[in-house]
Unconditional design. Structure first.
Length: 114
């Protein structure tokens, strides 16, 4: 029992040590493409079919290339659409609070079973 507890303690200490953040450095990217809102189409094989699904990336029109923006992935509910999240969270992406990523599920659902 003591060996398990010691292994657990060592594991926690290693995790905490490995979680230290390195100093942030901003590397300017010359001639970088300005981040804009767009819809990407991804293709995925499901069974024997190639399925195309839309992924909306929503960003502010006033992005700052020196700022780090959090990414928020939002998955719609069963029967929903990715545009629902885009409409709900638009005020945050417009303010530059984060960049939204909204994938569309296959047949308006996710692999959650019945």
């Amino acid at each position: 029992m003591k060996i398990k507890r010691m292994n657990f303690t060592i594991g926690i200490v290693i995790c905490l040590i490995s979680c230290t953040q390195p100093e942030d450095t901003v590397i300017p990217i010359e001639n970088a493409e300005i981040l804009t809102s767009k819809t990407l189409i991804i293709e995925q094989q499901i069974g024997n079919q190639i399925i195309s699904r839309a992924v909306i990336i929503d960003a502010s029109t006033r992005t700052d290339s020196t700022k780090k923006y959090p990414l928020v992935f939002a998955f719609h509910g069963r029967g929903g659409m990715n545009k629902q999240w885009q409409n709900t969270l638009r005020r945050f992406t417009d303010n530059g609070d984060f960049i939204g990523v909204y994938p569309q599920g296959y047949l308006n659902s996710w692999n959650l079973g019945a």
